[in-house]
Design a binder for this molecule. Structure first.
Ligand code: DP6
Length: 324
């Protein structure tokens, strides 16, 4: 048996979205993406490999996972066992520190923490790049959560060349992300399914691949120049272009609900009134508002009135993966 190892990883919010796999088995994306790791939401995971077990034992937030989640974690542990050259089952305990009902639980922090704790417990000494590559195999977005602040996932061509790297650590440091939780609707289609449907059926998918590359280049220039309004504008635009792929899929679908649209309009209205803020949205109805520290009070007050204070969470750039 091995010693137990614990690791913490934070979630990240993509500003240039990852939406579509070129290789579903290896999780190689069609496009590169760029994210900001957030300080507020994280997962703590402990892994120990034990020779006296007959199969993996997995507890997520103190509970047995569904068969589907179990299989996903089990397969991921298989990658670690293969690299380590042994077959011992593992005990995995994972706790998500995400405010209840926030609906922000993320596979990104989960697989980044699991990759870090699992690989170290198995005696592998992985470089940050190798760790990012491994985390990617669990969930694409997890490869970016290995790093703090801004991270770019360079799509690469194969397993070896597809991983994230940190960038611009000293830029736009007063950036804030306000997570707004809207009423939960019916369970939406997973990002895994949603992106596959978009790739397979949206006639706009080739245009997305083309635009993403340009959006990414422009966003990097904006960050490098500490140009917040360009940064916000490009991020918002890229998010809407991603969501256009869901509306143009067959069958069509959307992650927005009526509250999502209300909030999008409110952000635009605030902007019209001189408050610099923009939004981004992932595979669910919640909205994240991008702003600078100086505008937080005004924006948080506006949305607290609409959604209630507990549904408004202010976050800032967060750290990369850490061992506990
Ligand atoms: C909309 O990383 O959850 O959040 O690789 O299938 O596990 P899998 O997908 P996942 O997709 C994230 C989609 C997104 C955009 C992003 O984070 O880049």
């Amino acid at each position: 048996s091995t010693n137990p190892v614990s690791a913490r990883a934070h979630t990240n919010i993509a500003l240039i979205k990852y939406w579509g796999k070129r290789d579903e088995e290896l999780i190689i994306p069609y496009t590169s993406s760029l994210s900001l790791t957030l300080d507020h939401f994280y997962t703590d995971t402990t892994v120990q490999f034990k020779s006296n077990l007959s199969e993996d034992q997995i507890l997520i937030d103190g509970q047995q996972p569904t068969e589907k989640s179990f299989q996903r974690v089990h397969q991921f542990l298989g990658l670690i066992r293969k690299q380590a050259g042994f077959e011992m089952p593992a005990v995995v305990q994972s706790v998500n520190h995400v405010p209840t009902a926030a609906g922000l639980a993320s596979s990104a922090s989960a697989f980044a923490a699991l990759a870090a704790a699992g690989s170290k417990a198995a005696g592998l000494q992985l470089s940050p790049t190798a760790l990012s590559r491994l985390a990617r195999r669990g969930s694409g977005s997890a490869c970016r959560s290995i790093f703090g602040g801004f991270a770019e996932w360079q799509r690469g061509e194969d397993d070896l060349s597809s991983y994230a790297r940190p960038l611009f650590q000293e830029k736009l440091t007063d950036i804030r992300v306000i997570a707004l939780t809207v009423a939960r609707g019916p369970k939406s289609i997973s990002s895994r399914q949603g992106m596959k449907l978009s790739v397979d059926t949206s006639p706009y998918y080739p245009a997305w691949v083309k635009t993403c590359q340009a959006d990414l280049e422009r966003l990097k220039v904006a960050i490098d120049q500490n140009d917040f309004s360009q940064f916000g504008r490009i991020s918002e635009l890229n998010a809407m272009r991603m969501h256009a792929l869901t509306l143009s899929a067959d069958p069509d679908f959307t992650y927005f609900n009526s509250q999502t649209l209300t909030i999008m309009n409110l952000v635009k209205q605030l902007r019209h009134n001189g408050v610099a803020c923009y939004y981004t949205i992932d595979a669910g109805p919640n909205v994240k508002v991008l702003c600078q520290q100086s505008a937080v009070a005004k924006i948080a007050a506006t949305f607290s009135k609409v959604l209630g204070e507990k549904n408004v969470i202010v976050t800032k750039p967060g750290p990369g993966v850490q061992y506990l």
